[in-house]
Design a protein around this ligand. Structure first.
Ligand SMILES: Cc1cc2nc3c(=O)[nH]c(=O)nc-3n(C[C@H](O)[C@H](O)[C@H](O)COP(=O)(O)OP(=O)(O)OC[C@H]3O[C@@H](n4cnc5c(N)ncnc54)[C@H](O)[C@@H]3O)c2cc1C
Length: 355
């Protein structure tokens, strides 16, 4: 068993921002802290995103603290651009991310220590920064008849681009950014697309400025303060009415239908008898926080979420969740990393820095 002051789980935007602030405030990698990540390469979840999600198509990627992301080619897949940038970042700040290391459980140890069990052994630590994102927990809702469907079902997490759906009839489920992007990409390839969402989409015409962002974050923040599971950003901000979406609405590609009532072997059906036949159901139904390894600590509230104040788990001040709920954006993750480190310094009895 190895002893450290802080274990960071996850090396996406949130974990790297945390590691940067640890380093900056005097924590030595390997001696005082470790960063564990189960992905094969740098890039956090970005490395798994589909190649047609080019850098130019992402909503707005905030650079990590201390190093700009300059001259990125908007036509290059974001997986490559951000993978290369994170790689450079880890080297520049000598963060020594250990990968692939899968954290399987975090438990209470002796004398107030936490035990972090992983595929590379156990670490004993005084504080934990959990930055495991959501990509590892795709959310698949259940509908009657789902197992009977003879076509293919896949989730956004398995989508690799529109080409493989050429000539097929595709149902896209979900009213978020991924759902609309899939539909716009699939339209030129697929034989037919059908878009279903639980709630009518809300489009946002005004620019996504700081006030809109702040209001959205405040709404999600309130939920996690109450111990409810966080909601996605789009559910509180609406879909940006950009040129691509406007065109999709005009062309009828974004012709939203209410959620179907059941799935049949050949497609889907509504209560009123309407049916759509399909070869593929693509579930663009989002992700949930990947927190199963924290289950032994019993942090979950009856509402299903973990109550968090700032980044600190209310039930256990040794534990910080960064990139969770209100900080689940690139800018939020940056700030959360810094806030978590400041708080942990206080917990460990080192002076908080005025950074
Ligand atoms: C399709 C899509 C597009 C998005 N576009 C944008 C955008 O344009 N702008 C924006 O601000 N945000 C965007 N987001 C949100 C985005 O996910 C966050 O902003 C941010 O990148 C998440 O960073 P993170 O560090 O929290 O998580 P991740 O990047 O998911 O990193 C988590 C890391 O933890 C590791 N991990 C997980 N579980 C374990 C475990 N048990 N043991 C060890 N390691 C583990 C994973 O390997 C991964 O490397 C998008 C999200 C999606 C799904």
């Amino acid at each position: 068993m190895r002893d450290v002051e802080v274990v960071v789980i996850g090396a996406g935007q949130a974990g790297l921002s945390s590691a940067y602030h640890l380093r900056r405030t005097g924590f030595e990698p390997d001696r005082d802290f470790v960063v564990l990540d189960h992905s094969p390469a740098p890039g956090g979840a970005w490395q798994f995103r589909w190649p047609s999600l080019t850098y130019g198509k992402v909503h707005g990627m905030h650079a990590l603290p201390g190093m700009e992301l300059t001259d990125a080619d908007p036509a290059r897949p974001s997986a490559e651009v951000i993978g290369a940038y994170f790689d450079m970042y880890e080297r520049t700040f000598d963060l020594r991310v250990r990968r692939p290391v899968d954290v399987t459980a975090v438990r209470e140890g002796k004398g107030g220590q936490l035990l972090v069990e992983s595929s590379d052994g156990v670490w004993s630590t005084r504080a934990l920064i959990n930055a495991t994102g959501t990509w590892d927990r795709p959310f698949w809702p259940r509908y009657p008849g789902q197992e009977s469907f003879r076509g293919r079902q896949l989730h956004t997490a398995q989508y690799t681009g529109p080409e493989e759906f050429a000539g097929q009839r595709v149902i896209v489920v979900g009213g978020g950014a991924s759902g609309t992007q899939h539909l716009l990409e699939l339209a030129p390839y697929a034989a037919a697309t059908t878009w279903v969402t639980r709630h009518p989409p809300v489009y946002r015409d005004e620019p996504f400025d700081e006030n809109v962002g702040r209001a959205a974050v405040a709404l999600v923040e309130e939920r996690v303060r109450q111990g409810l599971p966080p909601r996605s950003v789009v559910s509180v901000t609406g879909l940006p009415l950009n040129d691509a979406i406007r065109q999709g609405l005009k062309d009828g590609v974004l012709d939203r239908q209410p959620m179907f009532d059941r799935i049949t072997p050949d497609g889907v059906e509504w209560e009123d008898g309407r049916r759509v036949e399909a070869d593929v159901t693509l579930w663009a139904t989002g992700f949930r926080a990947a927190l199963d390894h924290l289950a032994p600590l019993r942090l979950r509230e009856p509402g299903g979420g973990i109550r968090v104040e700032g980044t600190r788990a209310v039930a256990d001040p040794r534990i910080h969740l960064v990139g969770y709920g209100p900080s689940a954006s690139t800018i939020g993750a940056n700030r959360a990393g810094r806030a978590a480190v400041r708080d942990i310094r206080r917990l460990l009895g080192t002076e908080p820095v005025a950074a």
